[in-house]
Write a protein that binds this ligand. Structure first.
Ligand code: PLP
Length: 413
């Protein structure tokens, strides 16, 4: 494992307040996983996620001519152009779709949707932490913005997803392809009888790892630090002609849509800059580079179908292991709803999953803790395209090893 010891300690300290009772640490026996069981890379976080070492090396190679140079000049703008073109190729976008980007991540894009995309009323499918955050944010906005109606929110329990309910009042449907907090993936299909309403998909952890048909959405938005194995800080949105028309109309400020749009939340301004291979304000150059590198890598390997089948392979290993295991069960009950990019695995009450995650962390296998607020006896393991399916297999062996060591007489160093 390439993780130095103090880094391990530091991560422990950082998560302690969330997940771990500090006093247990000294009492816990040291469990050392045999090296032949360990994965080749210990990063299994659901975001920020594993960055391919080759991408970091490529960045280091161009650092002296790229990092610290103007984002208005060709060096950086060509990376933006490669990224936008690469995404067009990856998703096989129709010619009249556009790739737009800006600063702030998917969370920031929720606020952009409020000012630049929702006309009067949105409908939100709320089935986990991220989808509920967007819904809550629009609810708050509707309290102060007179042009915005209270959004419709359709909820379902964690571990499931709800379906949209077509309503003529709704001009913006907010779907989430992969609820990263619970490990549920939903199919993205444009409901019938919807003409002028926008289908907006939070694809933050899905884009690049799950199948998607561009004709089924109008807005497909995501951040770089999940399937695209880069760093955080940017949002990317793919817009259909219907979404582009909406952006233009709202930005034109005609009477029916008049509203205050701060420049940082102005999707038209972001669109105009993207068309010139720029962002409205200064972007994180390393993030751009690493994302463009990942998109090229995916396209070279065989495109989206290649990336998706790699995630399918990891998922079949992990869920297959959990199905066979006497103590582990996939949290999402219906197999077809289980995410192939983020797996959530429940443990038998006799096993403390937090303890397992802690031992894994000490052995360099990082960030297998579940989403805090879900509050389950669970591990969450990312299976993004950058992660080797063989490493997923190794992690399953490591979990078995740790569980055995914790439940029988523990192995001591
Ligand atoms: C990670 C995530 C977000 C938040 O992304 P940021 O880049 O941190 O804003 C939103 N939605 C989903 C589904 C996510 O997985």
């Amino acid at each position: 494992m390439p993780i130095p010891l103090d880094l391990n300690r530091m991560s422990d300290d950082m998560t302690r307040s969330d997940n771990i009772a500090p006093l247990q640490i000294s009492k816990m026996p040291e469990i050392v996983i045999p090296p032949d069981l360990l994965p080749s890379d210990g990063r299994f976080a659901s975001g920020p996620s594993k960055v391919r070492p080759q991408a970091v090396e490529s960045l280091a190679q161009v650092a002296s001519t790229y990092m610290g140079t103007s984002h208005r000049k060709d060096g950086v703008r060509s990376v933006v152009a490669n990224l936008r073109f690469g995404l067009r190729e990856l998703f096989a976008l129709p010619d009249d779709y556009e790739v737009v980007l800006g600063n702030g991540g998917a969370t920031f894009f929720w606020d952009i949707a409020v000012t630049s995309l929702i006309e009067r009323r949105s409908q939100h499918l709320s089935f986990g932490e991220f989808s509920s955050k967007f819904a809550n944010s629009v609810s708050l906005a509707a309290k102060v913005f007179t042009w915005l109606e209270t959004p419709q929110i359709i909820r379902s329990d964690p571990g499931t997803y709800p379906n949209p309910v077509v309503d003529t009042e709704v001009d913006f449907y907010a779907l989430t392809q992969n609820e990263t907090s619970t490990g549920v993936a939903m199919p993205i299909e444009r409901p019938e009888n919807i003409r002028q309403s926008i289908i907006a998909v939070d694809a933050t952890s899905a884009a690049g790892g799950l199948r998607i048909d561009p004709t089924q959405f109008d807005v497909y938005y995501f951040s770089p630090q999940k399937c695209f194995g880069s760093d955080g800080g940017l949002w990317v949105a793919i817009l259909s002609p219907l979404a582009l028309e909406r952006v233009e109309r709202i930005a034109s400020g005609d009477f029916s849509t008049a509203r205050w749009i701060p420049p940082s939340l102005d999707l038209k301004l972001a669109l105009d800059n993207s068309r010139q291979e720029q962002t409205y304000n200064t972007p994180a150059l390393a993030t751009l580079f690493l994302m463009a590198d990942q998109v090229s890598w995916m396209n070279e390997q065989g495109g989206l179908s290649w990336a998706v089948s790699r995630c399918d392979k990891s998922a079949s290993i992990l869920y297959g292991w959990a199905d066979q295991s006497p103590y582990a069960t996939p949290f999402v009950v219906k197999p077809e709803e289980r995410s192939h990019v983020v797996a959530t695995i429940d443990f038998d009450p006799s096993i403390d999953a937090a303890q397992v995650a802690k031992v894994l962390r000490k052995n360099g296998i990082l960030d297998t803790e579940p989403y805090r607020k879900l509050g389950r006896n669970q591990l969450r393991i990312a299976m993004f395209p950058a992660i080797e399916p063989d490493d997923i297999k190794q992690v399953c062996s490591c979990i078995d090893y740790v569980v055995q060591a914790l439940s029988s007489k523990p192995y001591r160093r």
